[in-house]
Design a protein around this ligand. Structure first.
Ligand SMILES: [Zn+2]
Length: 310
């Protein structure tokens, strides 16, 4: 329980309240003064613009540069308007300013191009020159990787027409819809079900159009051979009795033995191609325009090339 409020207690409270009101007044006065002086700065800028012989007048540019970079309280848009410029025009006129952040590649001081500038959104901060160089290197490296992949994928794997036919027959015995897979479904994309079916069909069509007799050697590009062998291996194991029935008219060999042999040939071809590719397309290779254009074509052009040659 208190002893009761005395007159002096009230007086002390009133004093602090008065003090608070004074402070508020001072703030709003300062605010008014701030607005007024801001308006005056902009008016002076507008005057200077009228007096200046050109927008590039170094004195005018100096004032704009100082206000833009050092006086954040004055909005960039109002400043540009006062100078009779768009924001972009003003930024072009006053130019960038040093940021104190070095380029992580060459060490040069990076330039702030606007108040909202940030050193780097992705990865380490780079100057414009290093950024461009980096991008070129990246895309060159990507192109070389694709050329290498194409070279390896196009390397011819040789087996007899009969062996390829056996592998294709197993895959074609299980059409994608029988596996309950719609084209483009998540399962299809993950497993490449339709793609491997199409691939097996293509192999069979090639065998038919080449009218290859059973024991004649026949080349299949490594990328296609890999897909065919992998899918045939998988499907051969689904129903061994059916696989036997499928192979009987073609060969007495088991699917496993046949596919294992094909896979060994494939691995040998790929290993040799990987050796050679580093000489043909070393990592430092500069792809020419025609090679880069050819990479934009989606179709497996290596397939047609290969079979035109053979
Ligand atoms: Zn740099």
């Amino acid at each position: 329980m208190g002893a009761g409020i005395q007159r002096e207690d009230l007086a002390r409270a009133e004093e602090t309240i008065r003090d608070f009101t004074d402070a508020e007044l001072a703030v709003s006065e300062a605010q008014r003064r701030l607005e007024g002086s801001k308006r005056l700065v902009l008016e002076r800028v507008a005057e200077l613009r009228v007096l200046a012989a050109a927008v590039h007048d170094p004195n005018l540019v100096g004032v704009l540069r100082h206000v833009y970079w050092q006086q954040r309280g004055i909005s960039a848009k109002s400043l540009a308007e006062a100078a009779g410029l768009s924001l972009q025009e003003m930024l072009a006129v006053i130019g960038p300013c040093p940021s104190g952040v070095p380029c992580s590649a060459c060490g040069i001081d990076l330039l702030r191009t606007s108040r909202s500038w940030a050193p780097s959104r992705y990865g380490p901060p780079l100057c414009k020159l290093c950024e461009t160089r980096q991008r070129e290197v990246n895309s060159r490296e990507r192109h070389v990787k694709e050329l290498q992949a194409r070279f390896i994928g196009g390397a011819p794997v040789q087996a007899t027409a009969q062996e390829w036919q056996a592998a294709a027959t197993i895959v074609l015995a299980y059409p994608p819809l029988s596996q309950g897979s719609e084209p483009g479904s998540e399962e299809d994309r993950k497993e490449g079900i339709w793609l491997s079916w199409e691939n097996a069909r293509k192999v069979r069509d090639q065998l038919i159009s080449a009218a290859s007799t059973e024991n004649v050697p026949f080349d299949i590009p490594a990328a296609s051979a890999r897909m065919l062998i992998e899918s045939a291996f998988k499907m051969a194991g689904w129903d061994t009795a059916r696989t036997r029935d499928l192979l009987d008219p073609i060969t007495a060999e088991t699917a496993h033995a046949l596919l294992t042999r094909l896979n060994r040939s494939l691995q040998a071809v790929v290993a040799a191609a990987q050796q050679r590719v580093t000489q043909i397309y070393p990592d430092t290779y500069e792809p020419n325009d025609q090679e880069i254009r050819s990479l934009w074509n989606d179709g497996p052009t290596w397939w047609d090339h290969l079979h035109q040659r053979t």
